[in-house]
Design a protein around this ligand. Structure first.
Ligand SMILES: *[C@@H]1O[C@H](CO)[C@@H](O)[C@H](O)[C@H]1NC(C)=O
Ligand SMILES: *[C@@H]1O[C@H](CO)[C@@H](O)[C@H](O)[C@H]1NC(C)=O
Ligand SMILES: *[C@@H]1O[C@H](CO)[C@@H](O)[C@H](O)[C@H]1NC(C)=O
Ligand SMILES: *[C@@H]1O[C@H](CO)[C@@H](O)[C@H](O)[C@H]1NC(C)=O
Ligand SMILES: *[C@@H]1O[C@H](CO)[C@@H](O)[C@H](O)[C@H]1NC(C)=O
Ligand SMILES: *[C@@H]1O[C@H](CO)[C@@H](O)[C@H](O)[C@H]1NC(C)=O
Ligand SMILES: *[C@@H]1O[C@H](CO)[C@@H](O)[C@H](O)[C@H]1NC(C)=O
Ligand SMILES: *[C@@H]1O[C@H](CO)[C@@H](O)[C@H](O)[C@H]1NC(C)=O
Length: 601
């Protein structure tokens, strides 16, 4: 038996993405059968009994022997509006998904071996006997909708040369993460079946950051429920635990609000391009089933022009043309009026409808607050001013009203950084502040004592570098050539991977940086390209968030180590039906470390 520490330059990269904290493996081949049983016991059933002594009397044993089925989507889209899954259901689903992944969504890893590679011989093979799963502690109440830091996602995985597997974790979600790693040990055999060439395996793993997310803008372009679910699947497969749904913006309002049905009836691009209340509940449920908390954002007071399509009296500076750029960042302009009791009444009604439907699935509600253009209030008949001294107290009242209602509904507010850093608002100490503009902003937010999400647009805006979506009149075309967007160039995976959320944050405040998100703004992204726009670059962000930007020696993570693993992760995403882009040629992963510069062993 050979034990290799994760070796950087073996042909077979034995990828687990994101890279675990501790990972040892050998090179013995073990097979796994569709009949392999996954047995599990939860601490919730046993009180103080010790697991170390085995499955004593009193354990409720579960055995998941559900068959592999074709229609996984329909199975997982459980119609149970308004109720989050339990830890038991989360594990049951994860076991099911594990079998689907290993036996139905796997791949033959020829790209990771030299041309003359032969697959392991299936004769005389040893099979994995059982997979034992143990949850060591009671799940907290909010297992499906945690506040950052309340769930221990660590897991330990042991796979012996004799074929015994044990996965332990302190929470059901930890088991989900462990099972994802388990699937990544296995490959498809071209003659059928699945095997791991890596036995024995020992993993102990724990994330560096508590909040690891993807933000998808579903207002600039519409994405079907299936598209969003596929993106959640991919995020979960990267051990991300947050899915931020930027669900409304200036261009469309696709979210049905039953108390205000006109919002989506008139504000969606088409009346049928709407997330119904049932769709919304199912999406939140679908995410929480995979240990992913869906965080809903209704961006305000800017980015709300689509409200004007049903409530013109609430919106100032609506669709100012042609000089829109004096009044907003992007057409159509429009902002909620800032000194209007009608706006207050509207928001109260909106929140009264929406927040109770968020509460079962999330501890957060995001009220946005980015890119508010003060000049829009020159056209606000309740204010008629762009003077900060006039606007600032009104904005404070606006946010206080909103946040009071969010707290009263049992949720924690999230805002974009401008509310704190540009508007100088006094925010409750509970408010989570999402940064996007700079490393300095992350540091400033933390210095003010707020928990902060990183996601500097120079690294983690996945829309950047596609070029402008605006058209230029011939009179100004020349000066805008070659039509680059504001955040060009394209953020290739190496750039995404080079971002450290802690960069520039003094050591004493780093504990307030609870994680970050990679952002998919959708001006030029729709269901046709969303997979390749997010993946595998989102995976690069996911590894930084799970494993940290520095390796075990405290050095920046190496692209030479990451590239073959990310290539393998890309194959796994493709096998799962996600149209992730390749990051290099098969030649590079087949031949070992030849596609590099500057490495001298
Ligand atoms: C594959 O080719 C390499 C280089 O030519 C050689 O060293 C190796 O033994 C070959 N392996 C097999 C399994 O034929
Ligand atoms: C399988 O085992 C049998 C009996 O031990 C042996 O004769 C045969 O060579 C083995 N086959 C392979 C491919 O190892
Ligand atoms: C579970 O919790 C214990 C004690 O709190 C800790 O030592 C361990 O690392 C955690 N994770 C796992 C997988 O056991
Ligand atoms: C492996 O599993 C088998 C059957 O589940 C059991 O009989 C055996 O004791 C286990 N071996 C070890 C080393 O745990
Ligand atoms: C806000 O509106 C009230 C009346 O509704 C008005 O008295 C007050 O002057 C307005 N404030 C500003 C800054 O315009
Ligand atoms: C505020 O509005 C005035 C016009 O009323 C304009 O001249 C000025 O530039 C605006 N201030 C800012 C900061 O845009
Ligand atoms: C916030 O404070 C900064 C620095 O003191 C100042 O430049 C800015 O105008 C203030 N913003 C508002 C809206 O008052
Ligand atoms: C490590 O990465 C940081 C960015 O997070 C960068 O500023 C620094 O120069 C890198 N260090 C080395 C040695 O490349």
């Amino acid at each position: 038996m050979i034990i290799l520490w994760v070796s950087l330059f073996t042909y077979l990269v034995s990828a687990i993405w994101p890279v675990p904290k501790e990972y040892k493996h050998g090179d013995t081949v073990l097979w796994i059968s569709k009949d392999t049983s996954f047995d599990w016991a939860g601490a919730g059933d046993v009180g103080t009994l010790k697991f170390q002594s085995g499955y004593e009397y009193g354990f409720r044993m579960h055995s998941n022997t559900q068959p592999i089925v074709q229609d996984e989507q329909s199975r997982r889209r459980v119609k149970r509006t308004g109720e989050a899954p339990t830890g038991d259901e989360i594990i049951d689903n994860a076991i099911y998904a594990t079998k689907q992944t290993i036996f139905k969504k796997n791949f033959v890893p020829w790209k990771f071996h030299p041309r003359n590679w032969t697959e392991p011989n299936a004769q005389n093979s040893t099979y994995i006997s059982t997979v034992k799963i143990e949850v060591l502690q009671d799940d907290p109440q909010d297992i499906a909708k945690p506040l950052a830091g309340t769930i221990d996602e660590s897991y330990a995985l042991e796979l012996t040369e004799g074929g015994n597997v044990s996965i332990t974790a302190n929470s059901s979600v930890g088991i989900v993460r462990g099972l994802v790693s388990f699937t990544q040990l296995f490959y498809e055999h071209s003659e059928g079946g699945a095997y791991t060439p890596l036995a024995p395996v020992t993993i102990f793993d724990v994330p560096v950051f508590q909040h690891r997310g993807i933000n998808l803008d579903v207002s600039r372009n519409f994405f079907s429920v299936k598209d969003i679910e596929r993106t959640i699947d991919a995020a979960a497969y990267n051990k991300m635990n947050r899915f931020h749904l930027h669900v409304t913006d200036a261009q469309s309002w696709p979210l049905e609000i039953p108390a205000l049905p006109e919002l989506s009836a008139k504000g969606a691009y088409r009346p049928e391009l709407v997330y119904t209340a049932e769709d919304f509940a199912n999406l939140q449920y679908y995410a929480s089933m995979q240990g992913v908390e869906l965080i809903t954002e209704i961006d305000m007071p800017g980015h709300t022009s689509s409200i004007a399509l049903s409530h013109p009296e609430l919106i100032a500076a609506y669709n100012v043309q042609p000089d829109w750029n004096t009044y907003c960042a992007e057409p159509p302009c429009g902002t909620l009026k800032l000194n209007s009791s009608n706006v207050d009444d509207f928001l109260k009604k909106l929140f009264d409808d929406l927040l109770p439907r968020v509460l079962p699935f999330s501890s957060y509600f995001h009220t946005g607050g980015d890119e508010v253009n003060k000049n829009a209030y020159l056209k606000d008949d309740t204010v008629n001013s762009n003077d900060s001294a006039t606007l600032q107290p009104l904005m404070q009242k606006f946010i206080d009203r909103n946040h009071d209602q969010i707290r009263a509904a049992g949720l924690t507010p999230v805002v974009w950084e401008e509310m704190l850093l540009d508007w100088n608002l006094t925010l409750g100490s509970d408010v989570l502040v999402q940064s996007w503009q700079s490393d300095e902003a992350v540091a400033q937010i933390a210095a003010k004592g707020h928990k902060v999400l990183a996601g500097n647009y120079n690294y983690w805006y996945l829309d950047c570098g596609k070029g402008q979506w605006l058209n230029f009149d011939p009179s100004v075309s020349g000066q805008n050539w070659p039509y680059e967007d504001y955040c060009a160039p394209f953020h290739n995976w190496r750039l995404v991977y080079s971002y450290d959320p802690l960069s520039g944050v003094p050591a004493e405040h780093q504990n307030l940086v609870i994680g970050g998100e990679a952002h998919m703004w959708a001006e030029q992204t729709d269901p046709m390209n969303v997979d390749r726009m997010i993946w595998p670059r989102g995976s690069a962000a996911a590894e930084i968030l799970w494993s940290g930007a520095k390796d075990a020696d405290g050095k920046n993570r190496s692209q030479i180590d990451a590239a073959p693993r990310l290539s393998e992760m890309r194959e796994r995403l493709v096998a799962r039906g996600i149209g992730a882009e390749p990051i290099q040629m098969p030649y590079c992963t087949m031949e070992g470390n030849v596609c590099q510069l500057g490495y001298h062993p």
